[in-house]
Design a protein around this ligand. Structure first.
Ligand code: HEM
Length: 507
């Protein structure tokens, strides 16, 4: 999170008062006689911002959900924020009314920090459509099948890396995720350690994620005069961070692209997303503009696919250590199908239902995006008698949806709702890693593929087929070869683990 110097806060608050009346006028004009959804009473100026813990914002949303229900209105400084706490409402709005909820909030930090290239952050419109179409073409279900040999090869490399240096397991998992998406996108084979291009992207991503939160954007969006302060002004240090970020982002876009372009020039490029797309646009009128689009979708793929996949891997390994019975059951299943003499491949996937259930539970247990990626309302809307203002940020509290899931379908009494915030009906003991929850009573896999961990409507993750296959390749291979256990101390005793999760990615 960028820092606002305390000395400048007074100045900011005084100047902020000037903006409040503007907001009040706007609200009165848009409310169309219908009430806003229920929510916690906002404070002057800051709205509900002070009640939200930036490290785990979904917890405040969940607490409010207990009191105010499935659709909550809050205000983050001057930004209208609507939080969805049930899958039914998420489906009704983000899927069924996708035409109205496929925009992204205008985060001033996106432009300031050079992230306008990222397809996930583009505003809804023709520019986004053009980018999304190219990505979809290369990542849709049938296209994703062509990457399977590559994904399996990377999974096997992971086995070798882990065998050679088991203590560096997080690094190996990161390498597998980064290297798979780098090969798919740029035909680039990463080094096993300290790859310069992976480092470049990693640094830009870390810098970007620090600042591109709704909170940071809300401060600058509410008080845009901060953008015009010189970077030496107390509290305006974010401008220096922004300049550094723009340089990093530019390198992240250009350097890997140059690699593929120069291999193509010498006729020695491996087939990949960039080489295919450059082939498609060759000779077109607007070549330069289209090349920019190709660069954008390529860097979005890496930025969108590396950290997310790594986090899912790490969740999986942690679960195997904490739930040895689950691991044993999966290994018994793999042994029975492979006869203990070969590694699993994608043709075995249907014969390994328990491994499949582990994959789903790895996505569900601690979702990488606990709050999804924020959508925004294109126009004013009315839902169940409530007014959803045009431009409102719409957040699907996936974390809560996962816990409460179908509850809202059956319970509309707030008192009952409060008593059952954990959906024992759908996911009994939701905080436990329990692949069994994905089986019907007659032992078949159910149809809950927890797809909503990949988002909703027209903005659903365009890389989810690729992500699903990369994660499957890794976990099936790892389970076939390794046993994950707690580390031992000097006396040979197991060292206890206290699992902690960071805020995940919440944009
Ligand atoms: C385990 C891995 C992954 C998870 C959990 C994940 C999850 C998500 C989620 C929740 C969204 C937001 C959807 C919404 O707005 O409703 C998203 C968007 C996106 N993801 Fe993924 N993702 C993963 C891997 C990937 C991969 C491998 C790629 C690319 C190869 C990718 C590319 C994208 C893009 C481009 C978007 C933006 C779509 C748009 O705004 O139109 N993701 N992802």
């Amino acid at each position: 999170m960028f820092e606002v110097d305390p000395r400048s806060i007074t100045v900011i608050l005084v100047l902020a008062a000037l903006f409040i009346s503007r907001r009040a006028i706007r609200k009165a004009a848009t409310n169309s006689g219908k009430p806003l959804p229920p929510g916690p009473p906002p404070l002057p100026i800051v709205g509900n911002a002070l009640a939200i813990d930036a490290a785990a914002p979904w917890k405040a949303y969940m607490e409010w959900g207990k009191t105010y229900g499935d659709l909550i209105y809050t205000r983050l400084l001057s930004q209208d924020v609507v939080v969805i706490n049930s899958e039914k409402v998420a489906r009704d709005l983000l899927d069924k009314r996708s035409y109205n909820y496929s925009d992204r909030p205008l985060l001033v930090t996106t432009e300031l920090f050079g992230w306008m290239f990222n397809v996930a952050l583009l505003r809804y419109g023709n520019g986004w459509r053009q980018h999304r179409r190219l990505m979809h073409d290369k990542l849709r279900s049938t296209a994703a099948l062509t990457y399977r040999p590559l994904q399996m090869r990377k999974a096997h490399q992971l086995l070798v890396d882990l065998y050679e240096a088991p203590n560096d397991f997080v690094l190996h998992l990161q390498t597998m995720a980064a290297s798979t998406i780098m090969s798919i996108t740029y035909g680039y084979e990463t080094q096993r350690r300290d790859d310069p291009l992976v480092a470049l992207v990693g640094n830009a991503l870390v810098q970007g994620l620090k600042v591109m939160t709704p909170e940071a954007a809300a401060i600058l969006g509410t008080w845009p005069f901060l953008l015009y302060l010189p970077s030496w002004f107390p509290g305006a240090g974010f401008k220096k961070q922004a300049q550094e970020s723009c340089i990093m982002v530019n390198e992240m876009i250009e350097k890997p692209f140059e690699y593929t372009a120069s291999r193509m020039a010498s006729n020695d490029a491996t087939a990949c997303m960039v080489s295919d797309l450059l082939g498609q646009i060759k000779g077109k009128d607007n070549y330069d503009g289209l090349e920019r689009v190709v660069k954008n979708v390529a860097s979005t793929s890496f930025a969108g696919g590396s950290e997310t996949t790594t986090s899912t891997f790490v969740n999986f390994v942690l679960a195997m250590v904490l739930y040895p019975d689950v691991q044993e059951r999966a290994q018994a299943e793999i042994d029975s199908v492979m006869d203990g003499n070969r590694l699993p491949n994608f043709d075995d996937r249907d014969s390994l239902p328990y491994v499949e259930a582990i994959l789903r539970e790895s996505f569900r247990w601690h979702p990488v995006f606990p709050l999804g990626v924020a959508h925004a309302a294109v126009s004013d809307d009315i839902y169940e008698g409530y007014h959803i203002p045009k431009g409102a940020t719409v957040i699907a509290n996936v974390w809560f949806v996962l816990l409460t899931h179908s509850l809202a379908l059956y319970v509309d009494q707030p008192a009952l709702y409060r008593a059952m915030t954990r959906n024992e009906a759908k996911y009994p003991n939701p905080s436990q890693f329990k692949p069994e929850r994905f089986f019907t009573s007659d032992g078949k896999l159910n149809d809950d593929k927890v797809l909503y961990t990949f988002g909703f409507g027209r903005r659903i993750c365009v890389g989810h087929h690729v992500a699903d296959a990369t994660v499957w390749a890794a976990i099936a291979s790892l389970l076939a070869v390794f046993k994950f256990t707690k580390a031992l101390d000097g006396q040979g005793k197991e060292i206890d683990i206290e699992p902690r999760w960071t805020a995940g990615i919440a944009v």
